[in-house]
Design a protein around this ligand. Sequence first.
Ligand code: BG6
Length: 512
Amino acid sequence: MSQTQPLGLNPLRSADDRRLLRIAGPGALVIFGVTGDLAQRKLLPAVYDLANRGLLPPGFSLVGFGRREWSHEQFAEFVAQSVRRSARTPFRESVWQQLSAGLRFVSGAFDDPAAYATLSEVLSELESSRGTRGNAAFYLSIPPRHFSDVCDRLAREGLADHDENTWRRVVIEKPFGHDLESAQRLNAVVEQVFARDDIFRIDHYLGKETVQNILAFRFANSVFEPLWNANYVDHVQITMAEDIGIGGRAGYYDGIGAARDVIQNHLLQLLALTAMEEPTSFDPRALRSEKIKVLNAVGLPDDLAANTARGQYLGGWQGGREVVGYLDEEGTAPNSVTETYAAFRVDVHTRRWAGVPFYLRAGKRLGRRVTEIALVFKRIPQLLFTEHQTAALGQNALVIRVQPEEGITIRFGSKVPDTNMEVRDVSMDFGYGHSFTESSPEAYERLILDVLLGEPPLFPQHREVELSWRILDPIERFWAASGQPEGYRPGTWGPASADAMLAREGRTWRRP
Ligand code: BG6
């Protein structure tokens, strides 16, 4: 391994090196939308877990910004509750004491100039009392319609300004726009205030260990890459299935739907990592440029009616519980045409992937929660065995299980003992839980730490976001003109049209 390789993403570096080198320097994190669901369930616990792992400096400070009229103490109580409920690591009083001494709350609306003046005072106070050195990251965990107000106010109050010894960064949660045009507008607004390198767009899938492992799996091993192409791969299926419904998130989800919610970002990033060529290094620019080449090469079939499917969950039973249909969820529009299941085929027009369909699907209220990338291999051209002997032999497959039961499985045929050469599918399994004793950090731990360290490889840049919308926009336009999505029962694997889509090509979806 070269000594000059950047350390940020190097999968070969030992955990000890990483710990020594990856501790955030002085700084503050300001969370807009701190009372929201994401902050409570993920962001605040992740900050605590980082502190607990010794990866935050002693003076690290966390500022909540929201409309509630809270004192700093009330905010601290709120953070404590969310940490106790959702942190990954045990609650330790000494860690909490140190962290809670740096908690502040700023009360105000996103467009209230006075609140930004207060924020500025709070940041100065933290600089002198906690030694944050003027460094701050602004995390916008808020609906995108407020992005421009917040950026504008931050700029006017001088909160985005910094000299060469300090940093000011902005972190944006998805959705990055609604389509290509709105994403471009959004990018322009944010880039007016922050330099490109100071903008961190969160795609939390890239913070998952299993997703980072795609790079290690492909590029640190010699056995798989020779098979990773159109000579051997018949097709690729990328699945993100959830067994939950939309919960209380109708305000966000209705009008957005499954494709915009998770395919435009998470699944297309998984596709890019699966299909890209080997980068020259793990330098963010090198990595990004390979992902961009793939996204640029993605094309849609001409016949969108035959190559897309969408559905909306109906009421019914799931896991022994009666659940309501999407249209009866609180807050969805009557007759909403928002899809809760989306599937479509894309092709990657590169020499490596010519003729290999990539099928993407995502849905809520499906059979079980699973995210996986499956490379399904071609059948061998000539079988020595009889039809009877191979009745239980499927196509070989290599499956990267992103979650749960994180790991990698290879499926292949094996002789059934004590038969006359009957062959049946078996699997060879790598599970993180078996091979490693340490548990994986949550994606948000990794990503928040990267923001504080200013390390960008795991954050999609504006070009990737725009290219993803370029892929999705024609499908969304087609669906917008296609009326109501097909209903499907909870606990099933989605609408019949999704099965028909693959059946037309002589294939079937995996039932993970
Ligand atoms: C989010 C989506 O990005 O990912 C949610 O907005 C979805 O709709 C969530 O439930 C799933 O994340 P994870 O990490 O549990 O797969």
